[in-house]
Design a protein around this ligand. Structure first.
Ligand SMILES: [Zn+2]
Length: 1128
């Protein structure tokens, strides 16, 4: 029959023709020709059910089998649609019911049924309806001594179990026992039948009732013993399919929690672990190892995080709410009888958002009523000082008196509560007097480094990094000495100013320590940093290490070495464990909650949840000290929440070494080997046990002994850094040329001012004409860092701000063309308190724009109010862009808003050709694609999703009517295109992106703007012609990521569906190859096989020989051919 499949133009009609000519009884031929019969196939099937003689039935079965073995599954599907399954079932029932069932017919019938049923999703239901299920089980019971019959029955039962109720029915009728008894310990005989039995058992275990029964009968233990036996006696790995099938059964039995418990209790983890280790060295055992690992991970006992509560350590009393009620899932049932761990895949990834697209054109087009009375907008007049400034001092030589502005600068005490931050911070244990520098001078490694390079975190905190020290006149010299000696010279950064800014920053925990990198400043490293290569099976290696904790509990130290909630550990600065690293995170943006020393060089780290919340752990920033050089330390952040991470795709965390900084390399650098991210066995301490966490693991080998280092998710950028940066910028500009004004948009919940910066060019004179030109410049509104964990957005914004304040000719041109209104940090409280996503109200501020609460989301409320105000005075922004970071994609890209593209993508019936829309929203992305190497035009889209209707981008577009309203997403990782391809992004590239965004604004003003002569000399920027830019706009929708090299999701059903062809070949083996079944008891075999052979020999020559002839001949019996099917 294998010849058939090689013949390309083999069709139904030809075979039927052969059948008609050579095989069929007169009766069949008669009915095929009968008027009114709809198709030849139906005739065959109906004959099969009614055939009286063995010969006809066998012929039909053989023809069907040969037909179905050739070509694709389309024929079988067609046969199923024509009632093929029912016909076979009916024939089975008829034959099986006879007193002594005739296996000459039954065997081929069962084989065919297995093949067809395997492709018929409803075969189980059909079998039940035809009452074929229990007769098949009875056939099995009666023929367990005949291996070929047994195998045939088992395959059919296996396919019947595609219906859970059928599987349950079989279980209720002793099916489990009957089948289980057919699985022997290791043997070299009847392997096909053994495999069939194991496969059938696995199929029966699709029913929960059967799984429970199997666990109660002790099958888990028995299956483990069987697996062990087959493993041990198979050193040459000759029975891999059987071992795999046994693992499949174990997977099935562990779908219920009792099964998982039984597997662990019976030593299953240890058995699987050790058997797997012996397989690692052999080639070709990947599947086996992979399924064993999955099984171990699935059964590994769930362990609640060692926390007193899932709630953040940081709580903030919200106005109008009782202090102890915080949002988030609380006190959910402990019960874990859910039987399976259904994952909530992230809903917003990739292509799945078609349903989410707004398809209602009217809604897309309509402009909602303002959310507040217009009278309230008067308060925002103050935020447009450039419109009311008279620039009287332009003609004189005096400096612009910046203090005339009502908002104070950083050094002025613009807070009215008068609370002294300094006193609160000055903890006695950190008094500099108690820890003179000399205590750390013991030079034990004998390398003769300067003593101040011998660092200990606690001394460091007290001497240099206490934000209170500046205000204390007794010890300013520490900072001064450090700066004098090492002379930090980072552009736009001043450590003293940073310390001063930090002293004013209000945090929930009232930070008194500065993190050194923020204080000292950061420069991008000299060399580019390529993405990290991923070693093969690194995740498996880590999982094995995790499993060893369970197997070798004596290795586990399990000692808490840092705990944000433990005042004793905190006050010591470092715990009294000389052989342990020390951790610290009680500083701005820090969010390590707990560190546990697990094994000698391994630490579990738990992140603090967002303030007033029990979720959103992803961002991290902490200090680590007390290390030995050149020793690999493994860090596991064990409560990450996202289902996947760029850490699986070449991204590394960042590290800052104080020692390196003092030696002249103040750089955050990408670091870590064996970086990977995978689901672990931890669950919330009190919440749902079925929900799970992910581990980010990485290994760091520190360069110096006793260094103080900082590790973070991404380059930190604190609120205090922003405040000092703005101050440095303000000082850097020439106030006669550049109008720079920092004001407070409003105060945050915690009382921190939210800066709003105005940047534009001063008029060239105070003449009416020049003032008029200034006041008619279009507005560009830029915002960033609404999501605190997206520190990349702040670095992009830093680039934007510095560029706009620079003397670059393009910047000058831009300032003359536009008024920039910039809110660089929309969520200061979140940033300060180290949250990842939310503000202090436990909510995502970028979902509040539709109706922001003036009390709980003041920065959004007033940012929106300010935009309303601009609208109300006829100054609707030309461009709005909110800078973000994207955790799952590479490159930098924009999301915009387009009615046309949204309606078109949503599959709406509206004819988009008739929709009129200004295509101007594409100008900036097109320009960026040309001028910004990190930018990827193909990752951009302009779709309005329902789930995003309360974001800044959509609200500003719809409610304010801003055509060019964007979210700019910058990767945390790096680029997969352009000149940065394969490189991880650094702060330099992020800042450059902020520059490029500004430069792209030139393309909007090409025709109306007076070009600065120096700009004209820059050809790249001059040729920003839209028509020229419209290149490579292939497809805007890109997959997030290709699948990870290693599966990161281990769902319960991860065992692959048995390949259809596998079952086919098994079945075929049962029919044709007598050689393997050397002791076959099948009495009819010879007859059956010879009959088959004779049949084939009769069929082949004609089919082959008359191939050409058949095509030219007129259809036989008056039937026409159409697409390989018979039509009457
Ligand atoms: Zn974001």
């Amino acid at each position: 029959m294998h010849h058939y499949s090689k013949r390309s133009n083999f069709t139904w009609n030809r075979t039927l023709k052969e059948l008609g000519n050579y095989s069929c009884s007169e009766r069949v031929r008669a009915s095929m020709a009968a008027p009114g019969s709809s198709s030849g196939l139906e005739v065959l099937l109906s004959t099969l059910q009614n055939a009286g003689d063995i010969e006809s039935t066998l012929n039909i079965l053989n023809v069907l089998d040969e037909l179905l073995s050739a070509g694709t599954d389309r024929r079988i599907t067609y046969m199923i649609s024509k009632g093929g399954s029912e016909a076979l079932l009916s024939a089975l029932v008829t034959t099986a019911r006879t007193f002594s069932p005739n296996f000459t017919i039954l065997l081929p019938l069962l084989h065919l049924l297995a093949k067809v049923g395997h492709r018929d999703r409803r075969i189980g239901m059909k079998a039940e309806k035809a009452e074929a299920v229990l007769p098949t089980l009875t056939l099995l019971k009666q023929n367990v001594k005949h291996t070929r019959r047994t195998a045939a029955c088992l395959w059919v039962l296996q396919v019947f179990c595609s219906s859970v109720t059928t599987a349950t029915l079989l279980g209720q009728n002793r099916g489990l026992d009957v089948i289980f008894r057919l699985i022997p310990p290791h043997t070299t005989r009847h392997k096909r039948t053994v495999k069939a039995a194991i496969d059938a058992l696995a199929a029966l275990l699709c029913s929960k009732a059967n799984v429970r029964a199997a666990v109660a009968k002790g099958y888990v233990s028995a299956l483990l013993k069987l697996y062990e036996d087959w493993h041990n006696k198979d050193p040459d790995h000759e029975t891999i399919p059987i071992r795999l099938a046994l693992l499949h059964c174990l997977h099935q039995t562990t779908h219920c929690s009792a099964g998982r418990v039984a597997l662990v209790a019976q030593g299953g983890i240890s058995l699987l672990y050790h058997t797997t280790q012996t397989c690692l060295a052999s080639n070709g055992l990947e599947y086996l190892v992979e399924y064993a690992v999955q099984l171990m991970r699935k059964c590994y006992p769930k362990c609640p995080l060692p926390l007193t509560s899932d709630q953040s350590v940081y709580t903030f009393p919200l106005p109008g709410r009782p202090a102890d009620t915080a949002p988030g899932p609380q006190d959910v049932s402990f019960e874990d009888d859910s039987d399976d761990d259904i994952e909530n895949e992230e809903a917003d990834c990739g292509k799945e958002y078609d349903d989410d697209l707004e398809s209602d054109v009217n809604k897309l087009r309509s402009r909602p009523e303002p959310d507040r009375p217009l009278e309230q907008l008067g308060q925002y007049v103050r935020l447009c000082p450039e419109l009311h400034h008279d620039f009287q001092d332009l003609d004189s030589d005096s400096e612009v008196d910046s203090s005339s502005d009502e908002e104070g600068l950083l050094n002025e005490d613009f807070r009215t509560d008068g609370r002294s931050r300094v006193n609160l911070r000055d903890s006695p244990s950190h008094s500099p007097l108690e820890h003179p520098v000399s205590t750390v001078e013991g030079d034990q490694d004998g390398k003769g480094e300067p003593p101040e390079n011998h660092l200990q975190a606690c001394d460091f905190h007290s001497h240099f990094l206490s934000s209170s020290s500046v205000k204390q006149n007794s010890h300013p010299s520490m900072v001064d000495r450090l700066l004098e000696k090492h002379g930090a010279c980072i552009p736009h950064h001043d450590p003293r100013m940073y310390t001063a800014a930090a002293a004013l920053t209000k945090s929930i925990p009232e930070y008194s320590i500065l993190a050194f990198p923020d204080f000292w400043g950061h420069l991008p490293p000299q060399s580019k940093e390529p993405m990290a290569g991923r070693k093969p099976n690194v995740q498996r290696k880590k999982v094995f290490e995790d499993i060893q904790r369970l197997l070798n509990p004596e290795d586990v130290i399990d000692e808490v070495v840092f705990d944000l909630e433990d005042p004793w550990i905190l006050s010591q600065g470092s715990p009294d464990h000389s052989d342990s690293l020390s951790f610290f995170s009680k500083f701005e943006c820090g969010n390590l909650r707990k560190a546990i020393h697990v094994r000698s060089h391994e630490y579990d780290l738990i992140l603090n949840a967002d303030a007033n919340c029990s979720q959103h752990h992803q961002w991290f920033y902490f200090e680590v000290s007390g290390m030995a050089a050149n020793v690999p330390y493994r860090f596991n952040i064990i409560n990450c929440e996202k289902a996947n991470s760029q850490f699986n795709y070449g991204m590394q965390p960042v590290l800052y070494s104080v020692r390196e900084a003092l030696e002249g390399r103040p750089n955050w650098v990408r670091t870590g080997t064996e970086v990977c991210y995978y689901r672990n066995s931890f669950c919330p301490s009190r919440g749902q046990k079925s929900s799970s966490f992910y581990t980010l693991t990485f290994t760091v080998t520190f360069k110096h002994n006793e260094d103080v280092c900082y590790l973070a998710y991404h380059y930190p950028y604190t609120y205090s850094a922003l405040q000092s940066h703005l101050q440095v910028l303000q000082r850097s500009v020439d106030p006669r040329k550049l109008f720079f004004r920092q004001q407070s948009l409003c105060n945050t919940l915690a009382g921190n001012p939210c800066p709003l910066v105005t940047i534009t060019a001063c008029p060239s004179s105070k003449s009416w004409k020049d003032l008029h030109q200034l006041r008619n410049r279009p507005c560009v509104v830029l915002t960033a860092r609404v999501h605190p964990g997206e520190s990349n957005a702040s670095w992009v914004m830093k680039g934007t701000l510095e560029f706009l304040c620079s003397s670059d000719p393009v910047a000058e041109t831009l300032r003359e063309a536009y008024i920039f209104k910039i809110i660089p940090m929309l969520n200061p409280d979140g940033v300060i308190n180290g949250t990842h996503r939310c503000s202090l109200n436990g909510e995502d501020l970028n979902r509040q724009w539709m109706k922001p609460d003036p009390v709980l989301s003041p920065t959004i409320y007033h940012a929106k109010g300010f935009l309303y105000y601009l609208n109300s005075i006829g100054r609707t922004p030309l461009v709005f862009c909110d800078y973000h970071g994207h955790s799952r994609k590479k490159n930098v890209f924009l999301y915009g808003c387009s009615v046309k593209e949204t309606v078109w993508q949503s599959g709406s019936a509206v004819n988009t050709a008739t929709l009129k829309e200004d295509p101007g929203y594409r100008t900036i992305p097109k320009t960026l694609d040309r001028i910004a190497p990190a930018f990827s035009f193909n990752s951009c889209n302009y779709l309005v999703e329902k789930s995003r209707e309360a974001t800044a981008r959509v609200v500003v577009w719809r409610e304010m009517g801003v055509l060019r309203s964007y979210t700019m997403e910058s990767t945390y990782n790096g680029c997969d295109q352009g000149v940065f391809k394969g490189m991880q992004t650094g702060t330099g590239e992020l800042e450059e992106m902020g520059v490029k965004f500004c430069q792209s604004l030139l393309s909007l003003r090409r025709n109306t703007m007076l070009y600065n002569r120096r700009v004209i000399s820059q050809p790249t920027l001059l040729n920003l012609d839209d028509n020229l830019l419209d290149h490579k706009s292939r497809n805007c929708f890109e997959d997030d990521e290709p699948p990870c090299v290693e599966e990161i999701e281990y769902l319960n059903d991860s065992f692959p569906e048995p390949n259809r062809n596998d079952l086919d070949s098994e079945v075929n083996g049962n029919t044709s190859s007598a050689e393997e079944e050397e002791d076959d008891e099948e009495e009819h075999q010879t007859t059956g096989n010879s009959r088959r052979r004779s049949m084939k020999s009769r069929l082949y020559p004609h089919l082959i020989g008359q191939e050409t002839l058949n095509i030219k001949r007129s259809p036989c019996n008056g039937m026409n051919i159409s697409n390989g099917q018979y039509l009457s």
